[in-house]
Design a protein around this ligand. Structure first.
Ligand SMILES: Nc1ncnc2c1ncn2[C@@H]1O[C@H](COP(=O)(O)OP(=O)(O)OP(=O)(O)O)[C@@H](O)[C@H]1O
Ligand SMILES: [Mg+2]
Length: 568
């Protein structure tokens, strides 16, 4: 293209070569949307419409604005002259090189038309190709400028073209300050607004504004968080970054500029200044925001550990917390941040976690939900954290604490009063007590108990022993054999009354009380503790004696029952 002196123009061959090169430097044939919209924004438009239509085997793509338009002089001296721009050194405009318009030829259209008016002149330009154009004065004035591209394609190709067009327009223009609408007229649907709020995924945690620049910052769990650069809302570049770990950001600034290839942000002094603002916000403002966010989330998680979104939100902030907690000193300085949730309680700080770990002999407890065990630990002053992303992290920050799931590591059956049992079960328990007493009272007490609570690690056991009923037991404690209790305090046996084995024995007890009680106690003795090797002989003796007594007792009970049954 070269400036024509009359209504028809033809580019000189050397210029043609340059145009061809320029046309090809647009990486994507659909980049023309970005360029035309940029020109419309720079023309101070209030509204821009992007339209698509399909007629007679041809797609017609149009970008129309209500901006300042062009008169013959601007057309001849700027639109059609490469490297001439009316926006030289004007930072209120996005365009600057004077080459954007040629992008309309990148998708090799059959024809490009421009309709524009200004200063009482109205013009139509027809470009059969970039090599040649016709310029016509139009009788009617119009508002702003419309550029239309026509290209032959199949209807199927048109469908893909339409979808790709909307995606492109959205990518490049979603944060534009000017209202932009997209409409595919073949589908007859309404205009779709292209603009989206200047927001981040998961919402921004900090907004910053100064003359000509707007920044939104948010926490991110991505290893390479998102970053977006925009000039007056037009995308300069969106991508991933690794220089601000744990932080995603978008920056819209009229000081940021695109490179000649237009798909990147120019890394000039203005860019470095913008990055310095972001670094300053990350150092000074965001730690405060992070603390406030995490305290609030930790309180909410403590109240409702089942709400899935809360731990995710906490996790989104974790890489930035890691960044602040990475050094011993910075961790120590923030050790009063109560950002770790506690089941059913107030959040605790790292200092409190340290205290809990020493009170728990090197263990820090967590669990999926509050239960009998976590409540018992709480009564002992040991906080239990809900399950979540903070748990693994605390292993590193709490000086090598052992992290244990409370309900998996500890158990707490609830002893039941005899009155809480049905007569059938109560009868069975009483027979067990009698038989145990007959055989030398191996257990201090034989109590029915409820083993079933959320997270219980003992629902499958038919009994457990403990020093006192209602005392927390530990799964990792080696059981003490009750037969060898001589010289030591005897243990209480708590029976899981809902265990199928005990239920069956309870039913058998109706007919054969002796056999049922024998089977129960025998099974308890068998699985009740390990015998120290040195005491193996003694145990065998004891076991045999106890066995004999159990059998005798069982026979007596069953014979008495049979006798009584025979009499009735
Ligand atoms: N829609 C429009 N409304 C008013 N003037 C326009 C419009 N489109 C283009 N122009 C004029 O045409 C000139 C050339 O546009 P072109 O897009 O090629 O370059 P630019 O926008 O100046 O710079 P850049 O190459 O960075 O886009 C612009 O400087 C402007 O004066
Ligand atoms: Mg331009």
């Amino acid at each position: 293209m070269a400036a024509p002196s009359d209504a028809k123009g033809r580019a000189a061959s050397s210029v043609q070569g340059l145009v061809r090169e320029l046309v090809h430097q647009f990486t994507d044939p659909l980049d023309f949307y970005r360029e035309l919209i940029q020109n419309s924004i720079d023309a101070e438009s209030n509204r821009i419409s992007v339209t698509l239509d399909y007629k007679d085997g041809r797609a017609v793509a149009g970008v129309e604005d209500d901006g300042v338009g062009m008169d013959g002089r601007i057309i001849d001296e700027f639109l059609l002259v490469l490297f001439r721009s009316t926006k030289d050194n004007d930072l209120t405009k996005i365009g600057k090189f004077g080459i954007g318009f040629v992008s309309v030829f990148a998708m090799a259209p059959e024809r490009v038309q421009v309709f524009t008016a200004k200063n009482g002149e109205s013009w139509r330009l027809d470009f059969p190709s970039y090599k040649h154009y016709d310029k016509y004065r139009m009788p009617a004035l119009r508002d702003g400028t419309k550029v239309e591209l026509t290209k032959a394609m199949t209807l199927q190709e048109y469908g893909a073209f339409s979808a790709a067009s909307l995606a492109k327009v959205r990518y490049w223009c979603k944060h534009a300050d000017t209202r932009i609408f997209f409409q595919d007229r073949t589908s007859g649907g309404p205009e779709v607004p292209v603009n989206e709020p200047f927001e981040l995924d998961g919402a921004a945690s900090l907004r910053y504004q100064e003359e000509g620049t707007e920044i939104v910052l948010g926490f991110s769990a991505e290893p390479r968080p998102f970053c977006g650069f925009y000039n007056r809302g037009l995308t300069l570049k969106e991508g991933e970054q690794d220089f601000q770990p744990g932080l995603q950001f978008k920056i819209k600034s009229r000081f940021l500029e695109h490179t000649l290839t237009r798909d990147n942000v120019l890394m000039d002094d203005n860019y470095r200044k913008a990055m310095a603002i972001i670094a300053r916000l990350a150092d000074r403002e965001l730690p405060r925001r992070l603390k406030a966010d995490l305290v609030e989330l930790a309180q909410a998680v403590g109240r409702n550990p089942a709400a899935e979104a809360l731990p995710q939100e906490w996790a989104r902030r974790l890489p930035f917390l890691r960044r602040l907690f990475s050094g011993r000193l910075s961790r120590w300085r923030r050790s009063d941040w109560a950002v770790f949730p506690v089941l059913g309680g107030k959040p605790i700080s790292l200092a409190q976690v340290h205290a809990a770990v020493s009170a728990g002999r090197g263990v820090l407890y967590f669990d999926a939900a509050a239960n009998r065990v976590t409540e018992a630990l709480g009564r002992r002053g040991l906080p239990v954290l809900p399950e979540g992303p903070w748990v693994a992290e605390l292993a590193a920050w709490s000086g090598g604490a052992r992290l244990l799931r409370a309900s998996g590591a500890l158990y707490l059956p609830r002893p039941l009063d005899d009155q809480e049992l049905g007569s059938e079960l109560l009868g069975f328990i009483e027979t067990l007590r009698r038989m145990d007493a007959d055989c030398g009272a191996k257990y201090r007490q034989l109590l029915p108990a409820d083993f079933d609570y959320p997270g219980s690690s003992i629902v499958d056991r038919h009994f457990v022993t403990s020093r006192a009923p209602g005392e927390l037991g530990s799964i990792s404690d080696r059981p003490r054999p009750s037969l060898l209790w001589l010289g030591r305090e005897r243990l209480c046996a708590l029976l899981n009354i809902r265990h199928p084995f005990l239920c069956r024995l309870g039913r058998l007890h109706q007919q054969r009380p002796g056999l049922a009680a024998y089977l129960c106690l025998k099974t308890m003795h068998l699985s009740d503790g390990e015998v120290p090797p040195a005491q193996g002989d003694k145990f065998c003796n004891l076991a045999e004696k106890t066995e004999r007594r159990l059998l005798e007792s069982a026979l007596t009970i069953d014979c008495t029952q049979a006798h009584q049954g025979g009499r009735t």
